[in-house]
Design a protein around this ligand. Structure first.
Ligand code: MRU
Length: 341
């Protein structure tokens, strides 16, 4: 399976997801500012993956700071990384975890502080893979043998430290001996489905069919789709789920056609401090992502554009939420609290 991100002595190494699938290029971030830039430009993307990247970014910032500079620069490092993307709560969760670890070693010798923060970041990385495997184990039972699963965006190995959340559920079902095929929405405008999900599934030999986003309704009505499985960027206490723009439309179409709609996400994606999804901040990205494809204009110059990167699917459309601790069913206020508790 592809290596999304690695901690090395040279810095944080990531596969450049803006260049997949045409080129498999690895970039090395040698400063925390470079890690922040990579998250912002979506060299690395996907909620759990940017959490891991942020944790490694904090560790890198501290590793590169002079002995006397750590205390003065720690908050700047954390704030810079926290300012990269607003929607995926895993980013803030990971930075908070690094802050807590730092508080525990603050004032100790610089070498000890560096070592402790690097260990924590690498642990978050390894934990994420184990968590995704657990999500897969819980979710595999929901995928019927011989079924076609529709997914949106990329919630695979590339969006995590490895294995994936939504694609982890599919991988686990395949590992359990089921025949599973995937229909992948291309996911305009950034094309995570076309560029990343189809590429990833092909590497694993899992049959993948690419469809454009506006074909989803047609196929959900066709009787050929067994279920929908997607990832999440933030889940409110009532189960409202922020995920890649277009997810909401898929969820409504799934309910209309009586097809189960599953969300697969780690507990670190739950934000129980928010009562509903209305409070989830939605990232607005550059107009060029919509007006251009691979640098080629597809709209008149100066066209007015909106480019929200995420939407919120109300909980009433979500059949179940699969976490590493089990499968949560409505009412989510109770079932999600139990997952965290
Ligand atoms: O803008 P992106 O590519 O970071 O958005 C990614 C998604 O919306 C994923 O579905 C989500 O982060 C879950 S990844 C396991």
């Amino acid at each position: 399976m592809v290596e999304t991100i690695q901690w090395t002595d040279d810095g944080v190494v990531m596969i450049d997801q803006t260049r997949l699938p045409r080129e498999e290029v690895y970039v090395t971030c040698r400063t925390y500012e470079e890690v922040a830039g990579a998250i912002r430009r979506m060299v690395i993307r996907g909620a759990p993956a940017i959490g891991v990247a942020a944790a490694m970014g904090v560790a890198l910032g501290v590793a590169r700071a002079g002995d006397g500079e750590i205390n003065g620069s720690f908050e700047t490092i954390c704030r810079t990384l926290a300012g990269t993307r607003p929607t995926a709560v895993n980013l803030f969760w990971a930075i908070e975890r690094m802050r807590r670890v730092y508080a525990g070693v603050q004032g100790r010798p610089a070498a000890e502080i560096r070592d402790r923060l690097i260990r924590e970041a690498v642990e978050i990385y390894h934990e994420d893979i184990a968590i995704n495997r657990a999500i897969g184990r819980h979710g595999a039972a929901l995928v019927p043998d011989g079924g076609i699963v529709l997914t949106h965006c990329n919630a695979g190995a590339l969006a995590t430290a490895g294995y994936g959340t939504a694609l982890g559920v599919i991988r686990a079902a395949v590992e359990a001996g089921k025949q599973v095929a995937v229909y992948a929405d291309e996911t305009r405008p950034f094309l995570q489905g076309a560029r990343l999900t189809v590429w990833e599934l092909e590497q694993d030999g899992i049959p993948a069919t690419l469809i454009t986003d506006n074909m989803a309704g047609h196929f959900l009505r066709s009787g050929r789709i067994a279920c929908v499985v997607v990832g999440a960027d933030r889940i409110a206490a009532n189960g409202d789920t922020a995920n890649k723009i277009g997810t909401y439309s898929v969820a409504v179409l799934a309910k209309e056609n009586a097809i189960p709609f599953y969300v697969a996400a780690p507990v670190s994606t739950l934000d129980l401090s928010l009562a509903t999804g209305d409070a989830i901040p939605i990232e607005q990205r550059a107009a060029e992502e919509v007006t251009h494809v691979y640098g080629v204009p597809v709209a008149p110059e100066g066209a007015r554009v909106e480019n929200p990167a995420f939407d919120v699917t109300p909980a009433r459309y979500v059949t179940a939420i699969v976490t590493e601790r089990g499968v949560a069913h409505p009412p989510y206020e109770e079932s999600l609290r139990r997952m965290v508790g």
